[in-house]
Design a protein around this ligand. Structure first.
Ligand code: ADP
Ligand code: MG
Length: 260
C-alpha cells in the first residue's frame, strides 16, 4: 500500500517544492511508483516536473471541487513511474469555494484513497501556510516531512507547525506521524549552517534525516528547464543528496519501527 507523505512547512522558501520534485524523481528512478500532488497555487512542483501548469484542464482544483475523477487528473511526467496531479493559480480560490461544504477536511483523502494502492509513494507539496489545503494534505497523509532551511530563523514557526500536526492527529487523522526533518540549503562554507543543524538537533524531539541537502546552484537552475535534478545534472552535489535522501526514505519505511 502506498505511503503518503505531505511535505509541509508554513514558511516559504525553505525547500518544500525542491524536495518534493527531486525526492519524487529519485524515488521513481529507484523503481518506485510515485504520484506527486501539487497543492500550492504557485504550481512550481507542476512546472518543475516539466508540465505546463496553465494548459492542464484537470488540476487539483477540479479534483477538490468534485469536477473530475482522480484518475482523470493524473498526468504523465517526463519520467516513467512518476505521475503528477497539477496545480495552478485557480487553486487559490478553492479555500473560499469550500466554505459550507461538509467534511471539507477530507475531500482530498476521499479522492486519494481510491488510487492509494496503485502507488508506492504519494508526495504532496503543501503551500506556505497552515490553511485548509494543508489540512487536507495532513488528513490524507501517513506522515509529514518537514524541510528546514539552514538559516538563522530555522526554528521560527516550527512549534506552530508541530502543534498543527498534533491538532490534525488528535481530531482528524489519528494515524498521522511526523516523518522527519530534512535540512536544506546547507552551506559548508559558513559556521551558521552547522550551528543551525546542531541547534535544531538539540531542540527538536523529532526524527531527523541523516542526509543533508547542500546549497547547490544546479538545484535552483533545474526548475527553469522543467527538469528534476536527476535529469538536469545527475552528477551535481544536489542530485547526489536527493538520491541519498530517497534511499533513506525507502530504507526508513522498511524499518519503520526502528526509526520511530
Ligand atoms: P518552498 O517550496 O519551501 O517555498 P523552494 O523549494 O521553492 O521552497 O525553494 C525556494 C528557493 O530556493 C527556490 O528558488 C529554489 O530553487 C531554491 N532552492 C531550494 N533548495 C535549494 C538548494 N538546496 N540549493 C540552492 N537553491 C535551492
Ligand atoms: Mg513551494
Amino acid at each position: 500500500m502506498g505511503r503518503i507523505i505531505a511535505v509541509a512547512n508554513q514558511k516559504g522558501g525553505v525547500g518544500k517544492t525542491t524536495t518534493t520534485i527531486n525526492l519524487s524523481a529519485y524515488l521513481a528512478e529507484l523503481g518506485q511508483k510515485v504520484l506527486t500532488i501539487d497543492i500550492d497555487p504557485q504550481g512550481n512542483t507542476t512546472s518543475g516536473l516539466g508540465l505546463d501548469k496553465n494548459t492542464i484542464e484537470n488540476t487539483v482544483y477540479e479534483l477538490i471541487l468534485g469536477q473530475c475523477d482522480i484518475n482523470d487528473c493524473m498526468q504523465n511526467s517526463i519520467m516513467d513511474g512518476l505521475k503528477v496531479i497539477a496545480s495552478n493559480v485557480d487553486l487559490s480560490a478553492a479555500e473560499i469555494e469550500l466554505i459550507g461544504i461538509s467534511e471539507k477536511e477530507y475531500i482530498m483523502k476521499k479522492a486519494v484513497d481510491k488510487v492509494k494502492d496503485d502507488f508506492d509513494y504519494i508526495l504532496i507539496d503543501c503551500p506556505p501556510s497552515l490553511n485548509m489545503l494543508t489540512v487536507n494534505a495532513m488528513t490524507t497523509a501517513d506522515t509529514v516531512l518537514v524541510p528546514i532551511q539552514c538559516e538563522y530563523y530555522a526554528l521560527e514557526g516550527l512549534s506552530q507547525l508541530i502543534r498543527t500536526i498534533n491538532l490534525v492527529k488528535n481530531r482528524l487523522n489519528s494515524d498521522l506521524e511526523i516523518e522527519g526533518v530534512v535540512f536544506t540549503m546547507y552551506d559548508a562554507r559558513t559556521n551558521l549552517s552547522l550551528q543551525v543543524v546542531e541547534n535544531v538537533k538539540a531542540n527538536l524531539k523529532q526524527a531527523i534525516y541523516k542526509t543533508i541537502i547542500p546549497r547547490n546552484i544546479r538545484l535552483a537552475e533545474a526548475p527553469s528547464h522543467g527538469l528534476p535534478i536527476n535529469l538536469y545534472d545527475a552528477k551535481s552535489a544536489g542530485a547526489e543528496s536527493y538520491r541519498l535522501l530517497a534511499e533513506e526514505v525507502i530504507h526508513r519505511g522498511e524499518e519503520d519501527d526502528e526509526w520511530r
